[in-house]
Design a protein around this ligand. Sequence first.
Ligand code: SAM
Length: 388
Amino acid sequence: MNEPNPTVRLRNPWRSTHPWVFQKVVEKPAQKPRPGSIVEIVGVDGEWIGRGFYNGHSRIALRILETDRDVAVDQAWFERRIAAAVALRRDLLKLDDTTDAWRVVHSEGDGLSGLVVDRYADLLVVEFFSAGMFRHREWIYDALRAQFPGCRFHAFADEHVQKQESFDFRGSEPAAPAIITEHGIRFRADPAGAHKTGFFADQRENRQWLSQHVAGMRVLDLCCNTGGFGVYAAVRGAGEVTGIDIDEAVLDIARGNAKLNGVRPRFIQADIFPWLRDAGARGDQYDVVILDPAKMTRDRDQVIPALKKYLDMNKLALGVVKPGGMFATFSCTGLVSEDEFLGMLRRAAFYSGREVQVLKIAGAGPDHPFMAQVPESRYLKAVFCRVE
Ligand SMILES: C[S@@+](CC[C@H](N)C(=O)[O-])C[C@H]1O[C@@H](n2cnc3c(N)ncnc32)[C@H](O)[C@@H]1O
């Protein structure tokens, strides 16, 4: 017989359907379960609420995984949840028809709080955001192996997450890169050689949509990373493509990606701020400008400075869009809402003296779902505009 799970009691009545329970509403258990243990969660009056991960060191003290009392959270539970996440992508979304690079598990969006898994051909990149997922990693790897026979793993956790969640993980041995094909375009996903997972699958549908409007045009891809938008544009017949990124290492991969597809965008290592100021002063203009900067903050107190930075870069970017040209602007800062982002864009248009006509608002691809009750998992905002 398995040991029964320890019980953790809440201090306040619980009416939420959000999977996170913060430390301040959780009673300190007499014997603290180890960070990431699976526990039974009971309310202030002793009624059963759910089953999930406990972490006495984290601000998120409980992550509720299961609310059906008859369903154990065990290895079979992880197998079923991961199988369901894969079935969503394969059977409903039919992602295999267009790509072999997709998000397999999007944390709360798939009912697996604190776990993100991306798939790049045979390479699975596993990122832990909670001590609970890290603690049960062998179950997770087994469940993933069952879905992707013969797969390779690259596993890691950001340092700030390890600190917040109180676990130590140096990461797996760096895995060799994978070559993926997305809408017929090839990319190298190199989690060991680039930021984060090595390839941003979340922008897939946005790259595809924009690339259908660039034939013969002069395209500028700002914060291009490994060349996603720029390489798409070049393959789809753009007249000239320039990609800018501050990080030389990602540009090496971008150049390789261009080669993989037989196209020749120009990639330049630069900080977009001075580069755009110079380009504006020279009177450079582009038919299509893409601006996809990195996440600005994960600190609620820093949202206003982040919006100021978005404003500055969007103003500068608008300054190099040809009259009648297109501007695609993105924010992957989860704490910046769509409304705030659109407000920033309105101000950027005003201060740069341009009329911005919004054509389409989008987000991450459907393999990055979020639950209605957990809006925090929505992070990417995409706004496609025409600029007069
Ligand atoms: C979210 S990624 C872009 C993803 C890319 N559009 C794609 O589809 O793969 C953000 C990129 O912004 C770059 N970056 C951040 N600050 C920058 C700056 N001031 N100037 C130029 N690039 C910058 C980072 O190096 C990173 O590669």
